[in-house]
Design a protein around this ligand. Structure first.
Ligand SMILES: Nc1nc2c(c(=O)[nH]1)N[C@H]1C(S)=C(S)[C@@H](COP(=O)(O)OP(=O)(O)OC[C@H]3O[C@@H](n4cnc5c(=O)[nH]c(N)nc54)[C@H](O)[C@@H]3O)O[C@H]1N2
Ligand SMILES: Nc1nc2c(c(=O)[nH]1)N[C@H]1C(S)=C(S)[C@@H](COP(=O)(O)OP(=O)(O)OC[C@H]3O[C@@H](n4cnc5c(=O)[nH]c(N)nc54)[C@H](O)[C@@H]3O)O[C@H]1N2
Ligand code: SF4
Ligand SMILES: [Mo]
Length: 680
């Protein structure tokens, strides 16, 4: 008989979809989008179409493994008992030797965003202070920019975008990265909205909207300021702005004194005519929604760029207006309770290491980091400073990776712990984009000997207390289901408008917030107003106003800017259908003129290099890319012999992120490379 189960797609993705699976004879038979979810609307994306194959894939790791020598690929199957014994012995030995648990380090990010995946952090907290990666490689500069401007990280329900009459998709590529937003955009188009995509290159989203504006990388802040100046010059600013904003006059004075439209056009690559058209339309049409994506803030001036875009939204009275706003993301629904809540699962004396400088900080740490547990992460592929990671691995006594498949990071590990997928465990999810909360149920028994991240934490806690009573305070009572329900506390029940957590077992529910962020224009800044002038920014060594700061200039020896955006068919490093294709060369896309300058044609082989390393690429010409820019979409390359994109990523940091997220972001798009033709 078929049984149906509710799941939530746990990936680091805007959409956090509601999935319904069908199980037949104890095996997953199909998965579909939940039609009763007003965001997912019965659809899933291409990335999960192969998900059942992934669950039962022969490449999935089913048993705990030990590697004889790091990077050797010589893995042998061991029992869970041996794996847990090795880890608990190392934990107790290190504690004994150093008199503290600080040599234990944990690096986790976005493999699975379910709250039960906080188990490892919570488990470590039960041992004492440990070393943690804090911050994000992803969106930190933008989060902080919005915190300076609005006082909190919040955006409208994405369904609100349907009400817009004008939509600017700026540095986001939803056609690939947030597939469920596209129907909302299309509905707005059907109702007469005009949609413009502002990107560094002609993206899949650009192809689906009315107009594409190509902006030179890292210059969006200046474009926003130029447009703001035109809006001010044409008296298109919101007359009520003085009532709910701070620093409005200082901002206008800055625009008048410092922004030269001709220079602005030359730097951004947007013609004066286009700038004028954009500004006059944005100033006149209401409501106008800007969706500022994560792509435009992966720069050393990324936060400042987003502050300028926010200012444009504020200037025209679009902040707080239904169908308006500057959409970026939010954390306002992540109000979980219990030991796994994000606010609870750290220890007050933890040693926090910036996630984007993790290897260098871990190498310099005293007492030293000696054991590293990597979970829901693949830093050897996804992070900058690859040399630092290699070096760190040489100094560690034990590296544990818990994952589903082998990765570049597991290649560095001593132990591999196989984990369950979201079809095999309970979990609980919020979204950083829409307003739903949902429970994930298991549909099938764990494949092989896989265990959930929470189960692993429980097992290890018990094992430690057997070997050394009292060494772990992480509670082990209860079932996964009870822990899930327990994480829905009074605050969550109140925002969901339900009396009991069990209600959520019937399917995801939307929180009862109004759909428009900042409606009523009560902001959470120190002044309670929208802050064009943010003293908080000044306290953090940043300009108080959203003034323009240029991005990095390419060094003469490596004159090309490398952009490595996200791809349709992978989710960061997560695509598991490993094939011969995965060993082939990466495709470097360039404007024909840029290619010509290096004597390169379509299909030629070339070497891409900088001081991080080098690898061969195949040239693809692309008229949608600006001159001097190379685009290579990120994809999974678990095979150590295949080219490694982030060898070239030197780990530059963004201007913002420390105050709002604990660490500066990763300025991925400030990567510069040289290129030379090769025949070998
Ligand atoms: N060149 C380049 N580099 C980038 C980016 C880019 O655009 N270009 N993007 C950056 C961004 S925005 C981000 S967010 C980061 C993301 O980088 P990471 O945080 O490393 O995220 P993922 O690659 O999505 O997943 C990490 C691992 O989690 C595993 N995983 C999945 N589910 C589970 C689970 O339930 N339990 C456990 N234990 N593991 C699980 C996956 O199999 C995968 O190997 O990469 C950054 N790096
Ligand atoms: N299919 C798929 N979906 C995903 C992911 C994935 O890997 N694959 N990853 C998930 C994650 S972790 C994240 S962070 C999000 C990211 O999703 P998005 O917010 O869409 O961010 P990016 O893909 O980094 O970049 C979006 C666009 O910004 C452009 N861009 C780069 N620099 C600039 C600039 O200076 N100015 C402007 N105007 N545009 C610029 C890029 O060319 C790209 O087209 O997607 C999530 N969803
Ligand atoms: S990857 Fe994103 S769009 Fe695809 S099913 Fe998961 S949450 Fe939805
Ligand atoms: Mo991300």
């Amino acid at each position: 008989m078929d049984t149906l189960h509710h799941h939530i797609c746990p990936r680091n993705c805007y959409d956090t979809c509601s999935i319904i699976s069908t199980t037949r004879h104890g095996r997953l038979a199909s998965i579909e989008g939940n039609p009763a979810h007003s965001y997912t609307r019965g659809k899933l994306c291409p990335k999960v179409m192969d998900e059942i194959h992934k669950v039962y894939s022969p490449q999935r790791i089913r048993y705990p493994l030990r590697q004889r020598k790091r990077f050797s690929g010589q893995w042998e199957r061991i029992t869970w008992d041996e794996a847990l014994e090795t880890i608990s012995r190392k934990i107790l030995d290190l504690k004994d030797k150093y008199g503290t648990t600080l040599p234990l380090a944990h690096n986790k990010y976005s493999g699975n965003f379910g709250i039960l995946h906080n188990a490892l952090e919570a488990f470590l907290t039960g041992l004492g202070p440990t070393t943690r990666a804090v911050g994000s490689p992803c969106w930190s500069a933008g989060v902080e920019a919005q915190v300076f401007d609005f006082g909190a990280f919040f955006c409208s329900d994405p369904l609100d975008m349907e009400k817009a009459k004008l939509i600017w998709i700026w540095g986001a590529n939803p056609a690939w990265n947030a597939a469920h937003q596209m129907p909302i955009i299309f509905r707005a188009m059907d109702q007469g909205a005009k949609v413009i995509c502002l990107d560094t290159h002609f993206s899949a989203t650009a192809a689906r909207v009315h107009q594409f504006v190509r902006v030179n990388p890292g210059t969006d802040g200046l474009l926003a300021l130029g447009l703001a100046k035109i809006i001010v010059d044409h008296q298109l600013t919101d007359p009520e702005l003085p009532d709910y904003s701070l620093g409005y006059n200082e901002f206008i004075d800055y625009l008048k004194a410092e922004i030269d439209l001709r220079k602005c056009s030359a730097v951004t690559g947007v013609s004066l005519e286009t700038m004028k058209e954009l500004a006059l339309e944005y100033g006149a049409v209401k409501p106008a929604c800007i969706w500022a994506g994560f792509g435009l803030q992966r720069y050393t001036n990324g936060g400042q760029n987003l502050r300028a875009i926010d200012a444009l939204g504020a200037l025209t009275g679009n902040i707080g207006r239904p169908g308006g706003g500057v959409q970026y993301g939010h954390f306002e629904t992540w109000r979980f309770a219990g030991p796994l809540a994000h606010s609870q699962c750290g220890h007050a004396q933890d040693r926090e290491l910036d996630i984007n400088q993790f290897p260098q900080l871990a190498l310099a740490a005293d007492p030293p980091v000696k054991m590293l547990w990597i979970a829901s992460r693949n830093p050897f592929q996804q992070d900058g400073n690859h040399a630092g990671w290699q070096k760190l691995s040489e100094t560690l006594e034990l590296i544990v990776v818990s994952d589903l498949f082998h990765t570049r990071s597991s290649a560095a590990a001593d132990l591999f712990l196989p984990v369950t997928t979201h079809y095999e465990h309970w979990d609980l999810h919020a979204s950083y984009w829409h307003y739903y909360i949902g429970i994930n149920e298991p549909a099938v028994e764990p494949v092989g000997e896989a265990r959930s991240d929470l189960q692993i934490a429980w097992d290890l806690s018990k094992r430690l207390n057997q070997s050394s009573p009292g060494s772990s305070a992480f509670p082990t009572e209860g079932s996964e289901k009870e822990w899930v329900l327990g994480a829905i506390g009074p605050e969550m029940l109140a925002i969901l408008g339900i009396d009991s957590a069990e209600e959520l077992l019937k399917g995801p529910r939307r929180v009862n917030y109004p759909g428009t962020a900042w409606q009523g224009r009560q902001f959470q800044t120190p002044s309670g107003k929208y802050e064009f002038y943010a003293e908080k920014a000044q306290e953090w060594g940043l300009p108080p106003l959203p003034v323009y700061r240029p991005p990095r200039q390419a060094p003469p020896e490596t004159p090309l800017r490398l952009l490595t955006p996200h791809h349709l068919s992978g989710l960061n490093s997560q695509v598991y259908l490993y094939s011969e294709e995965s060993d082939s060369l990466l495709k470097a896309r360039l404007h024909p003129k840029t290619a010509e300058g290096y004597g390169l044609n379509r299909g030629d082989k070339a070497i891409l290099w900088n001081r991080g390393g080098s690898f061969p690429v195949i040239i693809e010409q692309d008229l949608g890319i600006g001159e001097g820019v190379i685009v290579i979409y990120q994809e999974n390359r678990p095979n150590l012999k295949s080219p490694h994109l982030n060898l070239l990523n030197l780990g530059e940091l963004t201007d913002m992120g420390k105050y709002a997220t604990g660490a500066y972001g990763l300025a991925l798009n400030e990567t510069f490379v040289g290129i030379r033709k090769t025949t070998s």
